[in-house]
Design a protein around this ligand. Sequence first.
Ligand code: ZN
Length: 258
Amino acid sequence: MAERAAKNGVKVWSLTDHDTAAGWDEAREEANRLGMRFIPGVEITCEVPLLPEENMLDAHQSNPSSWHLLAYFPEGCSHGFIEWLDAMKEARIPRMEGMIQRLSEHGMEISLEEVMAIADGAVGRPHLARVMLEKGMIDTFQEAFDLWIGDEGPAFSPRPLPKIPDVVNKIRSENGISSLAHPYYYGISPKNLGNYLISQKIDAVEAFHRSHSDSLRWALMNIGLPITVGGDSHGTEHNPSPGKMLAPLTHLHSAFHP
Ligand SMILES: [Zn+2]
């Protein structure tokens, strides 16, 4: 990932895995080697605070089961914060067992060990999808989500999630920066989203994301908050190219200025 980012001209790079800090040391080392400034980060899965608005979800979206809040720590964070993340990570295992159980009810036999073997940090649905693909239960990675473990799929299982205001406070107490990841997926109009983010004292919005049309990106750049830029890469086989778009420094949160 670091090499791909550096090759695309990225100057300031953050690794924001889902709910884990496990990759920070390796990522920092690579970023240093490649001449990028590294900011440790994490993408925290939170409870849905606002229901989608009518006409804001299009054919490619379904009702979101969670909102993702990005946390960036330019000055690093405490051990306590990492322990809090680890505690949430533990909650992922019963949830994964629930999905494995439901798949077995549909004749797909997968063990927790098989899934854990390919999960390097926090185990999640992409790991399960990969095992399903390897075992020939589906033809493509995406099919796992479309047919089985997507938010409305028959084998989907939710897990208890932290609330956005609590997570925002936690990030702030670590001198971190919060940014709402990929707003398009939540089905909220930019105006209402801006009001909500400002009311919750969220620091920034991820205006640059591959799901955003030019007009949505522009609208998000103008809701009154600085922006962050996300590659949302889920492994080198999935969305592999960060840093493909130029981000205007006038809008970019100052912590990310080169
Ligand atoms: Zn996300």
